[in-house]
Design a protein around this ligand. Structure first.
Ligand SMILES: Cc1cc2nc3c(=O)[nH]c(=O)nc-3n(C[C@H](O)[C@H](O)[C@H](O)COP(=O)(O)OP(=O)(O)OC[C@H]3O[C@@H](n4cnc5c(N)ncnc54)[C@H](O)[C@@H]3O)c2cc1C
Length: 328
């Protein structure tokens, strides 16, 4: 097999994932522009191999050495047209949030400080502090690696849901650009409890969000982690009412007359797992949803998290679902 000049083989992914898992991929390619995309397309179609597209690796759990090609998306670009901005997938998310505020374009301030790239933001519909990125996406531009064609997905076609979108199950779609529709008028979104009080500008909200995040979350550059390890489960009314009898202090958010969202952190803490560890992995004592990992291998974090899943199911009859993407 002939490797294009800028491809690497037997490549360690340790510096490409925030859990610092040290697994290798058969092949690795940086994608910095359209020319690289063309080369990647030819290589995949000639060799019929598996691919994984990654951004900054802050939402990835790599389970073993990867038999195929890892494509690191570095596509840059930032174009403003009135209140629309079209951004390259490889731009850093938080730098883009900061730039939009400098341009007096509002909406993304509650999503300040989320690690990762712009291209990954639609994948799991990133969200925090009462906002979701889907509220601000006009369209997403992709290259379909099966046929090399560019496709545009409108907001509706992205099929956004809580921590999900159509892209989660379509690994052949490489997101190249995301177009955001922002507002020229600042309308504060302070529904979230910890954002109440005197926040008179988007900059104030950004500062408050960054402060809370620095207090509650672990810095992944120092302690390897992927942010929340589980999604907040959504349960039906019958189970919710049963749980309220046993746990009158149950925390919840009512979605509609039938469905309730329960904070996974509350369940994990209530079941006594906060601050526990297993070998080189464990759960933060500051935030029960943050699982850290000091090993180069995935085993300890998988063992610990699956014990948590079983315990929550036994105690509350609730199934927890992982938030990061597992690749193997
Ligand atoms: C400390 C910490 C805090 C966090 N806080 C939050 C939070 O508040 N809210 C939240 O929603 N998330 C949070 N996260 C998770 C993470 O920041 C987001 O999921 C982010 O969008 C991941 O970006 P990334 O570039 O690192 O993606 P990666 O981890 O590289 O990839 C994630 C997924 O996206 C896919 N992907 C990436 N780029 C592309 C592309 N261009 N085309 C197609 N597929 C692609 C990958 O294949 C993978 O499935 C946090 C993570 C950490 C470490």
């Amino acid at each position: 097999m002939k490797l294009p000049r800028n491809f690497k083989n037997n490549f360690s992914l340790k510096n490409n994932n925030s859990l610092k898992l040290d697994y290798k991929s058969d092949f690795y390619a940086d994608c910095n522009g359209l020319e690289d995309l063309g080369q990647i397309y030819d290589f995949i179609n000639e060799n019929k191999i598996n691919i994984w597209v990654i951004g900054e690796g802050t939402n990835l759990v790599i389970k073993n050495d990867l038999k195929g090609l890892v494509i690191k998306n570095n596509l840059k670009g930032f174009k403003v047209n009135k209140n629309f901005i079209n951004v390259g997938a490889g731009e850093n998310w938080d730098s883009v949030v900061s730039k939009t505020l400098e341009l007096n374009l509002y909406g993304l301030e509650n999503l300040s400080g989320i690690p990762g790239s712009v291209g990954a933001a639609p994948i799991q519909n990133i969200g925090a502090y009462g906002a979701e990125v889907s509220d601000f996406i006009s369209y997403v531009e992709v290259i379909n690696i099966k046929n090399g064609c560019t496709e545009i997905f409108s907001n509706e076609e992205c099929k956004f849901i809580y921590r999900g979108s159509i892209f989660k199950n379509e690994p052949h779609l490489i997101i190249t650009n995301v177009c955001f529709c922002l507002s020229k008028e600042f309308k504060p979104n302070t529904h979230y409890e910890s954002l109440s009080g005197q926040l008179s500008s988007a900059e104030d909200i950004r500062k408050r969000v960054l402060l809370i995040r620095s207090e509650k979350l672990l810095d992944y550059l120092e302690i390897p982690n992927v942010g929340s390890f589980f999604q907040n489960p959504i349960i039906e009314k019958k189970l919710f009412n049963d749980l309220l009898i046993d746990y009158p202090d149950l925390k919840y958010y009512q979605l509609n007359s039938e469905l309730y969202k329960i904070p996974a952190a509350w369940l994990i803490e209530k079941a006594g797992w906060k601050g526990t560890s297993n070998g080189d992995a464990g759960i933060s004592d500051k935030h029960a949803l943050i699982f850290y990992n000091h090993s180069k291998k995935v085993n300890d974090i998988l063992t610990h998290s699956s014990e948590v899943v079983k315990s929550i199911s036994d105690k509350f009859k609730i199934t927890l679902h992982y938030e990061p993407t597992f690749i193997s």
